[in-house]
Design a protein around this ligand. Structure first.
Ligand code: NOJ
Length: 514
């Protein structure tokens, strides 16, 4: 495990929308550099940046045309290397987004592989032997190439699947994982990773990490074998490089070689229940004031995964990401404060999606770059009250996406001035996380108080004790296992300890040192 990960708090940047330094209406690397001190000031010391490679942008850059070249709209390769250096100067780290499962249909490898003549890239993607063959259970495209075959997709139509092989090939066109063509794909992936690591990137967030080997078994044995091979390379040559998977199966991802895995937002899963659970048109999330959900609805699934991997890897909680509807769409400011205080005091590395620290809202917008419903969570960062909220000097209609122009749109500068703002809660809780070792150990979470039909949750990490009451009603915590008082380090609302009981005010949270 890279040493720096123990203390890492991540900030996710969607580069299109973070900060435009040259007035063309879209964010760029130099804009990010301008804001590194702000990110550090939040209490974050690491960055995950969404794809920034050359791309036709039919899926916001997850359709890579050239893995080794940056998209001109963000700056040159030299500008990106400069960003790495500026990050490191501040004792921070940065992960690029690695898209291993597919490329853009405009990638040169794919262009070559579409040709009738056999060449180095003929088997780089998954092709059938004949134009009239349908790959069972997979999305595919027929009739677009001179080559006599159809090709398999990994996501959108513009994203043909790279060929890492099939766990148990059954058709003649299906290659095994150890076929030289599939090994060549894997080596090409490692080559891309080395290319950026050599220039100073600190690791990768891995897109659809479980999607490499086709017809894989439930344990993802084939795909895991590939990641173990990648991890061996890292351990040997880049021991400080970090890998975080988009997988949501830490008990598979961590043994496969990832250092961290994300808890993702899937309808009805444990993470979704925290902030985004709508039932019959009503928000019934664990952190919504009026819900009837107990934290147990989260803990069941979460703890099972956490317990399995807590010694080897991190299971990370996010405020949101570029694929989720912003949390502020579901929760008001007070509810967000409690939810974040909880997220940032749990194990794993916290990930803050840009703008979530001020409760940026979701805008109902037409789709942009394959975003569809996700587009409204990708709008320009709201820095201040100047033109375009300080995101860009461009004319409004030249902006990548419209800014939130509502009167009460939150901004960084507005919340910096307001001691009671969400931004201050984020900074305060992260400051405690960054100064208390117990919050950075990964394997020390124990549940102290969680009951069916009750809203309060109390948990311990080393010498720290946290309790949260998401409901609008007062509550009293009394149980033998509760620690007997201590020093209160932080509170939202009112939490007091008296006569072996914790009195929790409506919508309250506290951290105690015991
Ligand atoms: C997951 C990414 O987070 C998402 O934004 C993208 O559209 C798909 N993978 C395809 O790469």
């Amino acid at each position: 495990m890279p040493k720096w990960l123990k203390d890492a708090v991540f900030y996710e940047i969607y580069p299109q929308s973070f900060k435009d330094s040259n007035g063309d209406g879209i964010g760029d690397f130099n804009g990010i550099i301008e804001k590194l001190d702000y990110i550090k000031g939040l209490g974050c010391n690491a960055i995950w940046m969404n794809p920034c490679y050359d791309s036709p942008f039919r899926d916001a850059g997850y359709d890579v045309r050239d893995y080794k070249k940056t998209a001109a709209r963000y700056g040159s390769n030299e500008d990106l290397v400069n960003l790495f250096e500026e990050v490191h100067k501040r004792d921070m780290h940065i992960l690029l987004d690695l898209v291993p499962g597919h490329t853009s249909e405009e990638h040169e490898w794919f262009r070559q592989s579409q040709k009738v003549e056999q060449n180095e890239y003929s088997e780089r993607y998954i092709w059938t032997n004949d134009w009239f063959q349908s790959p069972k259970g997979m999305n595919y495209v027929a009739g677009e190439s001179e080559r006599n075959g159809v090709y398999v997709l990994n996501f959108f139509k513009c994203q043909p699947a790279l060929n890492y092989g099939f766990l148990n090939p059954v058709e003649t066109w299906q290659k095994s994982v150890s076929d030289p063509a599939c090994i060549a794909t894997r080596e090409a992936l490692k080559d891309i990773m080395r290319f950026w690591l050599d220039q100073g990137c600190d690791g990768f967030r891995v897109d659809m990490a479980d999607s490499l080997v086709k017809n894989d078994d439930e344990k993802k044995s084939g795909t895991s074998m590939i990641w173990k091979d990648v991890r061996n390379m890292l351990d040997e040559s880049y021991p400080e490089a970090a890998l975080v998977s988009e997988w949501n199966r830490p008990y598979l991802a961590i043994p496969a070689g990832f250092h961290m895995d994300f808890c993702l937002d899937w309808t009805g899963n444990c993470y979704n229940l925290l902030m985004r659970n709508v039932e019959d048109g009503k928000n019934n999330s664990i952190f919504s004031k009026d819900s009837d959900r107990s934290i147990l609805d989260f803990l069941g699934e979460y703890m099972e995964s956490y317990e399995k991997i807590k010694k080897e890897g991190h299971y990370c909680l996010i405020t949101g990401n570029h694929d989720t509807i912003r949390a502020a769409h579901f929760l008001d400011e007070r509810e967000l404060k409690l939810a974040y205080a909880f997220l940032f005091t749990m194990p794993g590395n916290p990930f803050i999606y840009y703008g979530d620290e001020i409760g940026m809202r979701y805008l109902p917008l037409a789709t942009k770059e394959g975003g569809y419903v996700r587009t409204g969570s990708r709008t320009p960062m709201q820095w201040d009250d100047t033109k375009n909220h300080g995101f860009s000097a461009a004319m409004q209609d030249a902006l990548y996406l419209p800014v939130d122009t509502r009167e009460d749109a939150p901004t960084v500068s507005g919340q910096e001035k307001d001691a009671d703002s969400l931004l201050h809660v984020v900074k305060d809780v992260l400051a405690i996380r960054n100064s208390e070792n117990a919050l950075r150990e990964n394997d020390n979470l124990s549940v102290v108080y969680a009951k069916e039909k009750e809203r309060c949750f109390a948990y311990r990490r080393g010498d720290l004790f946290m309790c949260v009451n998401p409901s609008g009603e007062e509550a009293v915590l009394s149980a033998k296992a509760l620690p007997q008082g201590g020093e209160k380090l932080y509170e939202i609302g009112s939490v007091t300890y008296q006569e072996e009981k914790y009195n929790m005010g409506p919508q309250s949270f506290a951290i105690w040192k015991i």
